[in-house]
Design a protein around this ligand. Structure first.
Ligand SMILES: NC(=O)c1ccc[n+]([C@@H]2O[C@H](COP(=O)([O-])OP(=O)(O)OC[C@H]3O[C@@H](n4cnc5c(N)ncnc54)[C@H](OP(=O)(O)O)[C@@H]3O)[C@@H](O)[C@H]2O)c1
Length: 253
């Protein structure tokens, strides 16, 4: 049976939402996890509540020196590195006629470019363990939400990265995959200043009829798929949609 027990994982954006869920789930199954985020108090509180299996690194994935620290702390904490989860991301929305170039470039820096460079830094360690990289995509590449083009474009990019890097790193015994979550209530849109928490919950609940399985997702739904993709020894270059059927585009007429 596949098990993360005794393995070491670095999870960017592990101080909240899906990343926090992944950290808690992997640690509960015996892994050592290193979580990162810009808000020191957030990552430290989550790591403390997980216990000694978790270690927090406050840092920004867009800063090269912080990325180096994230990888070296994860290697020291976990006695090596078996998996990198490029989960940290932000959200930018707006009509194509009114986008801020600076905001879109910053979004690509966090959501796409940072994960590319973190992957490069992790390669020497992952190679030793036959480890893997996981990108976090989004159902925004399966359903088209007007006004969300910047975010959707970054998520399209990470799906392609998973395929190309799987080909590039396969000969080093490193697998690269992408998990594609559907709608899970988290602070992503709230942090971006787009909705209040109540508005965010209400707009997600309006999406319930689009879910054949009749409910929104939970961090655990995503963490279970993440565990599989991190560990499955003969799966690489794949995107796994975990969305309660939202991407099917079902219309109940
Ligand atoms: N929730 C959903 O419905 C959904 C659906 C599809 C895909 N996703 C994807 O799932 C992943 C997790 O998102 P989430 O929904 O769990 O939202 P979230 O709770 O806002 O998590 C994103 C995390 O990324 C961190 N982060 C952002 N910029 C960073 C930076 N420059 N450096 C380091 N950390 C940074 C944030 O912490 P700091 O602000 O402290 O840095 C935050 O903890 C993202 O890739 C998102 O695109 C979410």
């Amino acid at each position: 049976m596949l098990s993360p027990e005794g393995k070491s994982f670095l999870i960017t954006g592990g101080g909240s939402g899906l990343g926090e869920g992944m950290a808690r789930y992997l640690a509960a199954h015996g892994a050592r996890v290193t979580i990162t985020g810009r808000r020191a108090e957030k990552v430290q509180a989550v790591a403390a509540s997980i216990g000694p299996a978790a270690c927090a690194v406050a840092g920004d994935v867009t800063k090269p020196e912080d990325r180096e620290r994230m990888v070296s702390v994860a290697v020291a904490h976990g006695g090596g590195l078996h998996g990198l989860i490029n989960n940290a991301a932000n959200m930018v929305r707006g009509p194509i006629t009114a986008l801020s170039e600076q905001a879109v470039l910053a979004l690509f820096h966090t959501n796409v470019v940072a994960g590319m460079f973190l992957t490069g830094l992790a390669v020497p360690y992952l190679e030793r363990e036959g480890g893997s990289v996981l990108f976090v995509g989004s159902v925004h590449t399966r359903r088209s939400y007007p006004g969300a083009s910047p975010y959707a474009a970054t998520k399209g990019a990470v799906e392609v990265l998973a395929r190309v890097l799987a080909a590039e790193l396969g000969p080093k015994r490193i697998r690269v995959n992408c998990v594609i979550p559907g709608a899970v209530p988290t602070e992503l849109n709230v942090r971006a200043g787009l909705f209040s928490e109540a508005e965010n919950r209400a707009r997600l609940e309006r999406m319930l009829p689009d879910h054949p399985l009749g409910r929104l997702g939970t961090p655990q739904d995503i963490a279970e798929a993440v565990e599989y993709l991190l560990l499955a020894p003969w799966v690489t270059g794949q995107s796994l949609v975990v969305d309660g059927g939202l991407s099917l585009g079902v219309t109940y007429a």
